[in-house]
Design a protein around this ligand. Sequence first.
Ligand code: UD1
Ligand code: UDP
Length: 354
Amino acid sequence: MKLLTIVGARPQFIKASVVSKAIIEQGGLSEKIIHTGQHFDTNMSEIFFDQLGIPRPDFQLDIHGGSHGEMTGRMLMEIERVMIHEKPDRVLVYGDTNSTLAGALAAAKLHIPVAHIEAGLRSFNMRMPEEINRILTDQMSDLLFCPTQTAITNLTKEGFSDKPVKILKSGDVMQDSAMFFARRASKPEGFNISDGFVLATLHRAENTDDRIRLKSIVDALNIIHNTVAPVLLPLHPRTRKIIEETGLALEVNLIDPVGYLEMIWLLQRCGLVLTDSGGVQKEAFFFSRPCVTMRDQTEWVELVEAGANVLCGADSCLITAAVRDGINRIVQDNEHLYGGGQAAPFIADHLSRL
Ligand code: UD1
Ligand code: UDP
């Protein structure tokens, strides 16, 4: 079985780190990797290959920037070229980025079966580029590895149980990564803030590209930093550019994006996670930290239901109040909502038996 995997953005490298390892350990499967180039800074891409032992990509497409259509279209052309040459038996895609959609679409048009890892997630907000990407990718996949029961339910409601596809509850590969790399956590260079700080991330288009939302979030971050606890913000390059362009004054501890081992170290020591990331919401839970999410919806609704995550949109009062209320609370994972760290071997085993 010849697999061709498409990755391109930071969270996909972290997910692929455990799945590619499981694929090697499983035996009977060969994997080649395309890196689309969507993320390209050293600390958004190469650092993860170095730290996490991900096999080096066989194909580097170096495609990034431009509009959604332009980026996805260029990826589609180049990925198709590789697929025609490599003739894989199956294509593997992760999550919901433009790289995911381009990989799935190129494969579907060539009648190559697609396996989607992190299938079935929905925010029910079609203005999110990720929602479009994930719905279309699910439609083109015949093997849908769902991280949660909610994801299975979403697909069932959309009529997937009547289609000739396999829907499997694999658990979440991000829990595998968190558990595997937890003991290799590494202190970021020069870090000198006491435990109990607020670990923040901010990059979601709906926040960065809306001036009113962005200002409201910056206000909240500044208030929290000045009155509740120090805020540490490893800033995504997208957000850094926009903050510089708009001239908004961020008074928090700003650092460049960190590697995954450093991110885990920070998660293990912070008092609360404040984020608009998908993956980081769950990582807060994996490391027993409360989470405040700066979005109007989340795909990870079970965390909100379990009281581990509070949705605050971009409202600075709500965000500040939720952080004050939640900081240093310990969150317990009693329910194994995400499969307990066995998703990658499950996926590799399943692929090997096709
Ligand atoms: C993308 C995904 C998003 C995911 C995020 C993970 C889509 C539509 N969005 O968003 O779902 O949550 O990745 O981080 O696929 N940039 C750099 N250097 C880099 C990477 C990005 O400078 O290494 C800048 C570029 O100016 C680029 C902008 O960030 O134009 C946005 O990057 P892009 O990949 O389009 O979207 P993300 O916001 O990273
Ligand atoms: N992450 C990281 N360094 C950082 C910020 C995030 O390694 O400076 C990791 C984080 O721990 C998680 C993943 O990147 O595993 C989440 O990616 P991101 O927030 O960019 O994307 P999303 O999950 O929202 O798609």
